[in-house]
Design a protein around this ligand. Structure first.
Ligand SMILES: Cc1ncc(COP(=O)(O)O)c(C=O)c1O
Length: 380
């Protein structure tokens, strides 16, 4: 089936008791059993919930996977993956991951005897050098948040096979519409479904997708055993939102490309980061492993003062954390989303005080361009 057909139908059928076309919100904590140990496949809602299962199956199909395991947030999903490891294990991670991912690895999991090396995974030689005898997992974000640096999915998958370790790709930025890492032999994909999957800025959620039965079994075990599960209403909203994922992603990309091209020519903008521009150093790799370039554009405005003036002047864009919703947002990564990354690390990656990240929404293109134009004029 095509992506749009799958996004509307996969994992769902009319409710057998009423014919309701939309999967109901099973707002229940427990399920009545016919006899001791005899039930309809549902015992307790932390363990199984029909609304959650429909959403998990739907996104598993969209990611070209077999299993979806949903969590209460993107970070809960990432934490479950790390909980599969044991004390003493080592993880290689992209250096420019989302700040919260860096924080949970460094400030929470390190205490339990795990170790993490943050390296530029876009350079496969650096990944090779970071291996130790204890390396069990490579965690990659591509494109990264907010520098939009790409890592080669096939190079990472190939190296991991050679070394016998697992691979995870955070695919939040591209969504399953533009990139499917499992088709490159990556073991697990993780999403903050808070972002494009839900797309309407009204849910926090996360999900892990895999083709491997053994990994799914461990993740379902952790979903129940550690218990960071999403509620049924949030699952319903995400399931409703994936029906329009393709439509939204095409609009996000069209608008983002228009904004990126405009910014690239603007004298106030020192540098634009967007994989869809031919000036992006990894534009060719983007064409090879993604079917589109997404809705996030970052730009360098030269100073905190300029960044502040821009963020205060926008009228349609809103200054807020998060991304991937239908409305356009402005983020200042150094002070907002990536404040937990040490300054030295940030500077090394180009995550300066003058960097602004735009999550380009699906409003009218002309209105967004006019807004960016007047906000850049406010810099003076
Ligand atoms: C790329 C990426 N991964 C993971 C997360 C964490 O997801 P959540 O906020 O749903 O816990 C975020 C949040 O911004 C993100 O941007």
């Amino acid at each position: 089936m095509g992506f749009q057909t799958d996004s509307i139908h996969a994992g769902q059928q009319p409710d057998p008791s009423t014919g309701a076309i939309m999967t109901p919100i099973f707002q229940t904590s427990t399920f009545v059993q016919d006899s001791i140990g005899k039930h309809k496949g549902y015992e307790y809602a932390r363990t199984q919930n029909p609304t959650r299962q429909a959403m998990e199956k739907n996104i598993a199909v969209l990611e070209k996977g077999k299993h979806g395991i949903a969590f209460a947030s993107g970070l809960a999903a990432i934490s479950a993956i790390i909980q599969m490891l044991k004390s003493g294990d080592h993880v290689i991670c992209s250096d420019n991951v989302y700040g919260g991912t860096y924080r949970v690895f460094e400030a929470v999991f390190k205490k339990f005897g795990l170790s993490f090396s943050f390296v530029d995974t876009s350079d496969i030689e650096q990944v090779k050098k970071a291996f130790t005898a204890q390396t069990q997992l490579i965690f990659v974000e591509t494109p990264t948040n907010p520098m939009l640096t790409l890592t080669s999915l096939s190079a990472i998958a190939g190296l991991a096979r050679e070394k016998g370790c697992l691979t995870v790709v955070d695919n939040t930025f591209m969504s399953p519409y533009f990139q499917n890492p499992l088709t490159f032999d990556i073991d697990m994909v993780v999403h903050s479904s808070t972002k494009y999957l839900n797309g309407h800025s009204d849910v926090v959620g996360g999900i892990v997708l895999t083709r491997r039965d053994d990994l799914a079994e461990k993740l379902f075990y952790l979903q129940n055993a550690a218990g960071a599960v999403p509620g049924p209403q949030d699952c319903f909203l995400i399931l409703r939102a994936t029906k329009t994922l393709a439509l939204r992603m095409r609009e996000h990309e069209k608008n983002a490309l228009a904004v990126a091209r405009y910014l690239e020519k603007h004298p106030r903008v020192e540098r634009v980061y967007y994989p869809g521009l031919s000036s992006h150093p990894q534009h060719q790799l983007a064409r090879e492993q993604m079917s589109g370039f997404g809705g996030i554009v970052s730009m360098e405005l030269g100073s905190l003062d300029n960044a502040r003036k821009f963020a205060e002047a926008v009228r349609i864009f809103s200054l807020a954390e998060s991304l991937g919703g239908v409305e356009s947002l402005v983020d200042h990564p150094a002070i907002m989303t990536h404040a937990s990354v040490p300054r030295e690390e940030r500077m090394r990656m180009g995550l300066t005080d003058g960097l602004i990240r735009l999550s380009v929404g699906v409003e009218d293109e002309e209105d967004l361009l006019a807004d960016v134009e007047q906000a850049l004029a406010a810099i003076g």
